[in-house]
Design a protein around this ligand. Structure first.
Ligand code: UD1
Length: 368
């Protein structure tokens, strides 16, 4: 009997873990693949990392590279050096990278030069905004990837337009929905809003962490004012990302709290999703939350000038807003009757299985 194919899965930062988990479970259930989790250590706080592993039934990582925070080049360089050493020692049959964080591009660069076949899950998304560090990570990763697993047709179209051969692309759907379905009973039972004293549908949830929103003091100040204005109409719960906590400082936190906004720390996956699922609306600059709200049919006010996930607008519940029009757009969205929109194609909780099927087909092709 031939040995199972060794598959390295890179897990680095919070939004990666919900993409890695369903795939790890699906690969682990086979006899022909051996999944190995490589945590780069880009995120390290318990609420940003270990607690999410626990929520999603993931074991402790097989390898931890411990690279931590730093500038973009420091973080990228440290992952490249550490992952190159591991990849040379283990020689995986496949490297799977997910999303668009610094570790995604860094591991791909290290593996590409070792000629380890690279698969990118969530390939093809484009904001066309190179001020966004993630956009550069997406471009680099997709040009290096041997296999591109896309969530939606717009992603296929982007890749084809960039000259990626069609045979490298497989549309697998949105893996985030697999994570939701994997632990849906726990999410529905969690009632984090209830613990905080809020009834379902009576509050809005807020998340903010993009450098373009939180690293520029004037922009952050405008957003703080806009959120305070919203609070007068809809009570807000705001789990604060560490980057945003640093930028707000004690003064910014106190201003939001004094207005009645409920400031809490980052929540792990199950508690956080129970907050989203019970919200009347969500205000966010996150990529993944645009998708989760579309899946759940909850209005999403996306505080950005552009999005790499246009399907959340064309087929979903999201719209792009700014500090000036946030309140008006929110009130209008809350006034709309909730309609039963259909979910985008392949956002069905079966993406991980499509990934395994495709990997099996390609592994057999490489061997034959
Ligand atoms: C990173 C990703 C971003 C993703 C986000 C989700 C890149 C370029 N950015 O941004 O795409 O949407 O994760 O959270 O890869 N920190 C902690 N504890 C942690 C992690 C970070 O306190 O566990 C603090 C550190 O001071 C750090 C700062 O947060 O400097 C920012 O972390 P970093 O990983 O650089 O970027 P994120 O803003 O989290």
């Amino acid at each position: 009997m031939t040995r199972p194919a060794l598959v390295h899965l890179i897990a680095a930062a919070r939004p990666n873990f919900m993409k890695v988990a369903p795939l790890w479970h699906a690969l682990k259930a086979t006899s022909d693949f051996q999944p190995v989790i490589v945590h780069t250590g880009q995120h390290y706080d318990a609420a940003m990392s270990d607690d999410i592993f626990t929520d999603l039934g993931l074991p402790a990582p097989d390898h931890h590279l411990g690279i931590g925070s730093g500038t973009h080049a420091e973080q990228t360089g440290r992952v490249m050096i550490a992952y190159e050493a591991l990849a040379m020692a283990e020689r995986p049959d496949w490297l799977i990278v997910v999303g668009d964080v610094n570790s995604t591009a860094a591991a791909s660069m290290a593996a590409g030069k070792l000629r380890i076949p690279i698969v990118h899950l969530e390939a093809g998304l484009r904001s066309r905004d190179r001020d966004m560090p993630e956009e550069l990570n997406r471009l680099v990763t997709d040009v290096l990837a041997d296999v591109l697993w896309t969530p939606s047709r717009d992603a296929d179209d982007n890749l084809i337009a960039e000259g990626i051969p069609a045979e490298r692309i497989t549309r697998v759907g949105n893996i985030m929905m697999d994570s939701y379905e994997l632990v849906r009973p726990a999410i529905l039972a969690a009632d984090y809003p209830g613990e905080l004293g809020y009834r379902p549908g009576s509050y809005g949830a807020v998340t903010l962490h993009r450098p373009s929103n939180v690293d520029v003091p004037e922009q952050l100040d405008r957003l703080v004012e806009a959120l305070i204005a919203v609070q007068a109409h809809l009570p807000l719960i705001f789990p604060v990302h560490p980057r945003t906590r640093q930028r707000l400082g004690d003064e910014g936190m106190s201003r939001l709290e004094a207005a009645g906004i409920r400031m809490v720390g980052p929540a792990a996956y199950v508690r956080f999703m129970s907050l989203v699922a019970g919200a009347a609306a969500v205000i966010t600059d996150s990529g993944g939350i645009q998708e989760e709200t579309t899946y759940l049919g909850i209005p999403c006010l996306t505080l950005r000038e552009n999005t790499e996930r246009p399907i959340t607008i064309s087929e979903g519940t999201a719209q792009l807003v700014n500090a000036d029009n946030l309140l008006d757009r929110l009130l209008a969205a809350l006034g709309q009757p909730k309609n039963d929109r259909k979910r985008p194609e392949y956002w069905d909780g079966r993406t991980a299985q499509r990934c395994v099927d495709d990997l099996r087909r390609r592994t057999a092709g490489a061997a034959g």
